[in-house]
Design a binder for this molecule. Structure first.
Ligand code: ATP
Ligand code: MG
Length: 675
């Protein structure tokens, strides 16, 4: 039987309360997620609700994985069988999969990533509005916001007021039609489609309400309108709902999150019970106090208190470094040193930063000191656009029915094959039950498309067939090189990269990929194996998947992640780097005057730390190829100054620090040499 004795009285009450909808509103580290996991165990063990009738949703895959592990530990794998613990998006995907037909999709539908969608939008805008690409970001974000607010294209067209809104609504309408024709959804559709499905099909809704008897939602403050609607539909008139959240940790307004959903709950569920938790079990007193102090600068709708009985702990350190490289070196050497001094593991350290690009310097240092690290959410080799493009071609070479690959590359580089052509081609291919690639060379196309379009498609199809033949009968690597030259990919990169230098770097990645294929074939030939291009590319695809899986592996590694990605997680020792104006708070937020959201992000960052917290900044930083002086972040001044230790704030101590850094480095080198 589940043991709730470790919970404090309020947590206990929250875990056992099943008479109506419940909101647990509480600050960081107060055990909100713990309440959810215990409650799931309680529902299964004590209330006899079958695990497959329970669904818990949270914000990131990492958080979902951790939650599942915690539940498994409480009720055993057998007891948790069939339990849904996932992100909102995964839950949505699951619903679409089950209701494919009603939702208007065919089996084998694909989920397009941000870049694929951007390409579609680029083409639609180019064709319909003669846009040369300047507005793409804006339009893509606007479409995403419309979807998150549950606004359909028809609705958007009706309410558009300015010419720009009209243009966005029109693009949205064509874009949505294209996705349907491709039998594809985008990320936002994963929530939008099920929600509309529930709205329009009572039988589908009834089925899902019957399946999910109890719904638990973590990080509720970051749900957007469509996610909230999804929750309301699933819960219906019943009482099976527990949501937990903290308005001070709302950090996704830019993705449509509506923290006011917390207040709306009371309106939509009049019998809502509210439980507040006040004891923080995560951090030392000083860390908690610092977090409360910073967030006090924001206005507050809900009154919350938070205390800890963990003692004061170490003071919070602010480390001024000469430049970004010195900052990375300082953090890396400290991690090595502290790990030995405290006898802890690499995984006990997390380095948090505002933007993904900030991880590079730290990665380089950790690599050079041979410290294992795990980068979450950064871009892997196979995640790069240029690699996805060329992999798209390679995938088509080995599998002409790979429609997703076809869609990725048909207009990369641009071939003036417009959205309508592709739409018609898709319809034709679906009717004939064939792939997009083989449809390009079919005779029947003339009946559905203009001669010019047929010609362009046919030329593309025949060209790629030729390359494919060469790849199979002749030298595969030569065929791939021919392909890359034929499409003038280098020229395309030059046009589509920020700087020539960037284009050059991206082209290098492409040649690295081609080299990998060549090496695989050479290696096999050395041992007398016959390796086809199919094997080689197949292996690369597999490596891509393995790389993704590896990222999920929890080894003993220093954790590198953005402040956004760190939500809900905790680490004994936390470094937040780049504490400078324009980095944290981010320049865009300063300009857009959304400092309060940045402050909440700061609060999230501080409250990840259990034992020690170190904040670093660089006096000079290299950005966009130039080195400039920086100003330290305003958030550092908002910390309770009596509890923090500024190191190297004055010039002389900066010198000392340099000296000290060098000494630490030397002694470390000595220590490492002894190993
Ligand atoms: P966040 O707002 O950051 O998501 P949270 O409110 O979800 O935090 P948890 O992650 O559930 O907090 O808990 C924080 C830490 O406190 C965890 O290590 C958890 O195991 C521990 N904890 C929670 N409740 C108790 C308790 N009653 N006794 C001891 N430890 C607890
Ligand atoms: Mg939590």
């Amino acid at each position: 039987m589940v043991d709730l004795s470790q919970l404090n009285p309020r947590q206990h009450e929250a875990a056992k309360y099943i008479d109506g909808p419940l909101l647990v509103l509480a600050g960081a580290g107060s055990g909100k997620t713990s309440v959810i996991t215990r409650k799931i165990a309680y529902l299964i063990d004590a209330c006899g609700i079958k695990a497959h009738h329970i669904a818990a949703v949270t914000f990131t895959n990492k958080a979902a994985r951790e939650m599942k592990e915690r539940v498994n530990a409480l009720v055993g794998k057998g007891g948790a069988k069939g339990l849904t613990v996932s992100t909102f998006h995964n839950l949505g995907l699951n619903i679409i999969r089950h209701e494919l037909k009603t939702a208007g999709y065919k089996s084998g539908f694909s989920i397009l990533d941000q870049d694929d969608c951007k390409n579609i939008i680029r083409d639609v805008m180019h064709r319909e509005h003669g846009d040369d690409g300047d507005m793409i970001e804006l339009v893509q974000n606007s479409i995403s916001n419309l979807k998150n607010d549950l606004i359909t294209p028809e609705h958007a067209l009706q309410v558009a007021q300015s010419p720009q809104e009209m243009m966005i609504a029109q693009t949205y309408a064509v874009y949505q039609r294209m996705l349907k024709a491709y039998n594809a959804v985008d990320f936002d559709d994963l929530i939008l489609v099920p929600t509309l499905l529930f709205r329009d099909h009572a039988d589908v809704l009834a089925r899902w309400q019957k399946k999910i008897r109890y719904l638990l939602v973590d990080e509720y403050q970051d749900t957007n309108t469509s996610q909230y609607e999804l929750v309301k539909f699933l819960v219906g008139q019943r009482s099976g709902l527990t949501v937990v959240g903290d308005d001070d940790q709302s950090i996704y307004a830019w993705r449509g999150a509506r923290p006011e959903n917390l207040a709306l709950l009371k309106k939509d569920f009049p019998t809502l019970k509210l439980i507040k938790l006040e004891q923080n079990y995560r951090s030392t007193g000083l860390i908690l106090h610092a977090a409360n102090h910073v967030i006090d600068n924001n206005p507050h709708e809900f009154e919350k208190k938070l205390w800890s009985d963990k003692g004061y702990g170490d003071p919070i350190r602010i480390l001024k470094c000469r430049n970004d490289e010195a900052e990375a070196e300082r953090v890396a050497t400290e991690i090595i040193e502290r790990r030995m001094r405290y006898g802890c593991s690499y995984r006990d350290f997390a380095v948090l930063y505002r933007g993904n690009h900030q991880s590079r310097a730290i990665e380089m240092k950790l690599q050079s000191f041979q410290v294992p690290y795990k980068l979450s959410g950064g871009q892997s080799f196979f995640g790069r656009n240029e690699i996805k493009d060329i992999m798209g071609y390679l995938r088509l070479l080995i599998n002409p029915s790979d429609d997703a690959a076809f869609l990725r590359i048909i207009n990369t580089p641009r071939r003036e094959i417009g959205p309508t052509t592709i739409e018609k081609l898709s319809e034709y291919a679906a009717m004939r039950g064939t792939s997009l690639m083989s449809a390009t060379t079919e005779m029947g196309l003339e009946q559905v498309l203009m001669p010019k379009a047929v010609d362009r498609l046919r030329r593309f199809g025949q060209w790629l067939e030729g390359i494919t033949r060469n790849a199979y009968t002749d030298d595969p690597v030569a065929a791939i090189k021919e392909l890359i030259n034929d499409i003038d990919y280098e020229g395309w990169l030059l046009q589509n990269s920020g700087t020539p230098h960037q284009a050059e770097r991206r082209m290098k990645n492409v040649w690295f990929l081609v080299d990998s294929v060549a090496k695989m074939i050479d290696k096999a030939e050395e041992v007398g194996d016959e390796v086809t291009i199919e094997d080689a590319v197949g292996k690369l695809v597999l490596r891509d998947m393995l790389e993704q899986q590896e990222q999920e592996d929890e080894n003993d590694q220093v954790q590198l992640l953005t402040l956004h990605a760190s939500k809900g997680l905790e680490y004994p020792h936390v470094y937040i780097i780049g504490m400078e104006e324009e980095l944290m708070p981010h320049r865009n937020s300063i300009e857009a005057n959304t400092i309060e959201e940045e402050r909440r992000l700061m609060y999230v960052g501080i409250t990840r730390a259990k034992r020690t917290l170190s904040l670093t900044y660089a006096a000079k930083r290299r950005q966009y190829g130039e080195t400039a002086s920086t100003t330290h972040s305003r958030f550092l001044d908002e910390l309770p100054q009596k509890d923090v230790e500024w190191e190297g704030k004055t010039e002389t101590s900066a010198e000392e620090q340099k000296q000290r850094g060098q000494e630490t480095l030397n002694s470390l080198k000595g220590m490492l040499a002894d190993f």
